[in-house]
Unconditional design. Structure first.
Length: 298
């Protein structure tokens, strides 16, 4: 099962970052004997795990060979790769301005790139990805290793990374992102609009906020399902007696400690700490709830 020091990614070990623990619940990943399809499946897997906006395999001329994600961004990312790799700052500045039209506020910090040397003196292949995820570099490293094996390219001894990432870290990052997505999904819904209508005599009820939290936790469960896990909801006592604490005028903070369990055995393996700010006078959750994941020891 997942633990705080379960999976460490250093250089070639980056592949372990993408291994789903608990073999009983592992998904059967797509495979193909055809290299082009196999490369695409490899990119799709990394795209999913590091929340890439675009991930591509391209050559040294900037021509896209395979890509997953936003098509325009994939094409523009491919064209920018030669400038990034060569350090041509003028050309890169121009490419970033073009990409900014498709993906506003893009920066070099959001682009990870690694070469995939092939036995040809004048040509190279590259894997590049655009993502805000702190695991983007490890994702590109994993994709590069997978594509190298698919194409039969010898391993390079020059690629190193000191980035250490545990699977627990990755899961905590993913759950925080899932909560944010659930928050924005909810506030674009008809239910959220209905709850925002001012009540003439009464403010929002506690059940309104719990209903919103339950909807956001649905996103959390979608991510946990990959690991054969599920998150408990606030129990009846928490729903009735958790009064929160005043943070500033009219606003109240609620803290929840929600067990995460193995679905099959109901064994508790972690606790999801959720802090949710609400407004007492009318229905408002001003910012997405914050989450912290704490694994059970022993």
């Amino acid at each position: 099962m997942l633990s705080n020091h379960d999976t460490v990614s250093i250089s070639a070990q980056a592949a372990h970052l993408f291994t789903i623990p608990d073999g009983e619940f592992n998904r059967r990943h797509k495979r193909s004997g055809e290299p082009g399809a196999a490369v695409r499946y490899q990119l799709e897997r990394v795209y999913d795990f590091v929340s890439s906006e675009a991930i591509i395999l391209c050559d040294s001329r900037g021509q896209k060979l395979k890509g997953v994600g936003d098509r325009q961004l994939c094409t523009l990312l491919s064209r920018s790769v030669p400038a990034i790799y060569s350090g041509n700052t003028d050309r890169l500045s121009y490419q970033l301005k073009v990409m900014d039209i498709v993906r506003p506020d893009i920066s070099c910090a959001q682009i990870s790139l690694l070469p995939l040397p092939i036995p040809h003196p004048e040509k190279k292949l590259f894997v590049a990805s655009v993502s805000d995820s702190e695991f983007n570099q490890a994702g590109v490293l994993h994709a590069t290793g997978g594509i190298r094996r698919i194409l039969g390219v010898p391993a390079s001894k020059n690629i190193r990374t000191s980035r250490r990432i545990s699977s627990a870290d990755r899961l905590a990052f993913d759950l925080s992102r899932a909560m944010n997505l659930g928050y924005h999904d909810f506030f674009e819904s008809a239910l959220a609009q209905e709850l925002k209508i001012p009540r003439r005599f009464f403010g929002p009820s506690r059940k309104d906020y719990h209903k919103a939290l339950d909807i956001m936790l649905d996103r959390i469960d979608q991510r946990l399902e990959r690991e054969g896990l599920a998150c408990d909801r606030p129990d009846l006592r928490e729903r009735l007696f958790n009064r929160g604490f005043i943070s500033y005028e009219g606003y109240r903070n609620f803290l929840y400690q929600l067990p995460i369990r193995v679905v099959a055995s109901r064994r508790r393996v972690a606790t999801l700490h959720v802090q949710m700010a609400v407004y007492d006078k009318h229905f408002e959750i001003p910012v997405p709830p914050r989450t912290t994941l704490e694994f059970t020891t022993g």
